[in-house]
Design a binder for this molecule. Structure first.
Ligand SMILES: [Zn+2]
Length: 201
């Protein structure tokens, strides 16, 4: 019995080391700007989620490159790509993480704030770092890191998150989103969260 317990505790320790090394060693960030082409995503007047997501993703890429990361974008301009295509791009990489960028929409116009979704435990760790950095950087309502079954984070084999950078349907958030400065703050918050996750191992 003692031997088995010892074996199990060693096995658990090895697993922990494996997970740690995996989280700490990634060099590549696969960035996935949500929607595109005929799929506008959330929309209010002329404010389209697909445009906000692409601009924020491009800013995130620039921030991450400055920090020495390699980056991959699932789309670089306004065209449609399917969810399976996004996942197959992500799953081509090893030692990488996956970050999908979206903006929220609801008919309840008063609802506001940022949230970060994950599917599994490694995604949860990443989501918690990114969410806390995002809230600190943007000083926006914290809707927290949450579990969800969204296709891209459920099917990607990488530690994966989906960031919702605020509500297009909320007037004050929409006005902030229209400014390049605010989208830059979101990009910086995500990049800082990724860096903190990597350093934490
Ligand atoms: Zn979306």
């Amino acid at each position: 019995m003692k031997t088995i317990m010892r074996f199990l505790s060693i096995a658990a320790a090895l697993c922990a080391i494996g997970a740690t090394a995996n989280a700490a060693n990634f060099r590549t960030v696969v960035i996935d700007p949500g929607h595109g082409g005929h799929d506008n995503g959330g929309q209010w007047g002329r404010v389209y989620e697909k445009h906000l997501a692409l601009d924020t993703a491009t800013r995130l890429e620039a921030n991450l490159k400055r920090m020495g990361y390699q980056t991959v974008m699932t789309r670089r301009s306004d065209y449609f790509i399917s969810l399976p295509q996004r996942v197959s791009t992500a799953n081509r990489y090893r030692n990488a993480i996956f970050v999908s960028i979206h903006f929220n929409y609801t008919w309840k116009e008063h609802v506001s704030g940022l949230e970060t979704f994950y599917y599994n435990s490694e995604g949860q760790r990443l989501a918690q770092f990114v969410q806390s950095s995002l809230v600190r950087q943007t000083r926006t309502v914290d809707r927290s890191a949450k579990f969800a079954r969204f296709y891209v984070i459920r099917n990607s084999k990488l530690p994966s998150i989906l960031v919702e950078g605020g509500f297009v349907s909320n007037e004050s958030e929409r006005n902030r989103m229209k400014s390049a400065w605010f989208r830059e703050q979101i990009a910086r918050g995500i990049a800082e969260g990724i860096q903190r996750y990597r350093r934490a191992g």
